[in-house]
Design a binder for this molecule. Structure first.
Ligand code: SF4
Length: 58
């Protein structure tokens, strides 16, 4: 399950740039797109690695 800790997310939008298929911005936070929670691929892993506050996990 791909999840974003909303308390950590600073809304930098890096994850949406790296992996727009799975992540989207909602207001000033990122969220996992509906139906994409089980997606696991290299782009998701790159987004996890690229999040500056380690808010994304799977
Ligand atoms: S990369 Fe991390 S801090 Fe930036 S928008 Fe995505 S979840 Fe939030």
């Amino acid at each position: 399950m791909v999840t974003i800790d909303q308390g950590k997310c600073i809304g930098c939008s890096a994850c949406t740039s790296i992996c727009g298929d799975v992540f989207e911005m909602k207001g000033d936070k990122a969220q996992v797109k509906a139906g994409q929670e089980k997606t696991s691929n290299e782009q998701v892993k790159a987004a996890i690695a690229g999040c500056p506050v380690s808010a994304i996990s799977e």
